[in-house]
Ligand binder design. Structure first.
Ligand SMILES: [Zn+2]
Length: 383
């Protein structure tokens, strides 16, 4: 599966998509409420097929206006509800909740209901004319910055928090070219483990590397949230001065949403570039499993700005794509204290020691590089 994302141009017709999303939300809310009511009345869970039957009955009787909605989008919505409940029953997720209208953001079409041609997508919407529902195809142009490959599996249209519309084309493309092998392996130590220190030493102006590679390279993080924080603060201040719900207030809300989108794009860009670079250089990449306790304790702005989870996800995908070996070693493997040259266990090492000399073999270590080498060793031992 590969997803391509295109921006749909701003045009007055986009309002139709927004209206359609609102109508689709009604389907979403109706079926969730219906399931809950059934449960209260002592009926069992209604699966996808039963929901489809109910839908046909509704379309014929009380909810005739649902005939104007693309039927595949409704089916996909029912499937989503079914998946959410199945996850709930299998104890994989919580009780499915009804989304508020403004959080209902996307709908999916499989084969019917749209046509793709060049940089244009034509959605077959419907309108009511002379007492009948008629087809009303509307064309939307999108910015086609690249060609998609593979067979088209489905499309999704999404509204983001800035009010822009995006077209996602999902294809079954898996024929990736793997990169040439380099014969190199790398272990990487992440910043999160040493986060305690970062907090205590920020005042002294010390900057911690995002990733420290076993080759000795240190990679810095751009920290997009930090660099945009002043702007964000002033915007939030401006927002608080405005009358809630007024024109200026909404304009400000949109500005803030755009800034957040920019920050997240900058972060994502850094992650993709870094993952790509690592995949080009190394055959085997070994990371430490994230220390969830430490992260919970320090779950603050700084950690979320680093978004290490997202990076690991992207790196996993890239490794799979380019047939690289990716390994995460257990979080209880000792990596910081053993000396990478002789294996001496330095119990006296405290968090503030950035550099240390091994008392046994007198090798001089940088704390992070030493840990990265240990991670690499442990990873290779596992495989
Ligand atoms: Zn040593």
């Amino acid at each position: 599966m590969k997803t391509y994302k295109y921006k749909i141009g701003d045009q007055s017709n986009c309002m139709r998509i927004g209206n359609l999303l609102d109508d689709m939300w009604q389907v979403h809310a109706y079926f969730h409420k219906w399931q809950r009511q059934r449960y209260k009345d002592g009926f069992g869970y209604a699966n996808y097929a039963v929901m489809c039957k109910q839908l046909t009955a509704l379309k014929r009787t009380t909810h005739r206006h649902w005939n104007m909605l693309p039927s595949q989008a409704i089916q996909e919505e029912l499937k989503r509800i079914d998946v959410a409940y199945q996850r709930f029953f299998n104890k994989l997720g919580g009780r499915p909740h009804i989304k508020p209208r403004h959080k209902f953001k996307s709908f999916t079409l499989k084969q019917a209901g749209y046509k793709l041609k060049n940089n244009r997508i034509t959605l077959t919407l419907r309108k009511f004319e002379n007492g009948k529902w008629k087809r009303n195809p509307i064309a939307y142009t999108f910015h086609k910055h690249r060609q998609w490959h593979g067979t088209l599996s489905r499309i999704t249209i999404k509204r983001d928090s800035c009010g822009d519309y995006w077209l996602y084309i999902i294809t079954t493309y898996t024929d990736f070219k793997s990169l040439p092998t380099t014969g190199q392996s790398v272990g990487a130590d992440n910043v999160i483990q040493g986060m305690d220190l970062v907090y205590s030493q920020t005042k002294s102006g010390m900057k911690e590397a995002y990733l420290t590679l076993s080759t000795g390279e240190k990679i810095q993080h751009p920290q997009p949230l930090k660099s945009n924080l002043n702007k964000l603060r002033s915007l939030n201040k401006a927002l608080s001065r405005k009358v809630k719900g007024s024109k200026g207030w909404w304009r400000c809300v949109r500005q803030i949403a755009r800034l957040y989108r920019k920050i997240s794009n900058q972060r994502k860009d850094f992650h993709w570039q870094l993952a790509s670079e690592l995949c080009k250089k190394f055959d085997t990449i070994i990371l430490e499993t994230l220390n969830l306790d430490g992260m919970k304790r320090l779950w603050g702005r700084k950690v979320s700005d680093l978004a290490f989870y997202q990076f690991v996800g992207i790196l996993k995908y890239k490794c799979q794509k380019h047939k690289r070996h990716f390994e995460q070693i257990g979080q209880w493997t000792a990596t910081t204290k053993p000396c990478s040259a002789c294996g001496f266990h330095n119990e006296n090492l405290s968090l503030s020691d950035r550099q240390w000399t091994c008392p046994k073999c007198s090798a001089h270590h940088d704390r992070d590089i030493n840990a990265a080498i240990n991670i690499l060793r442990a990873g290779i031992a596992v495989t």
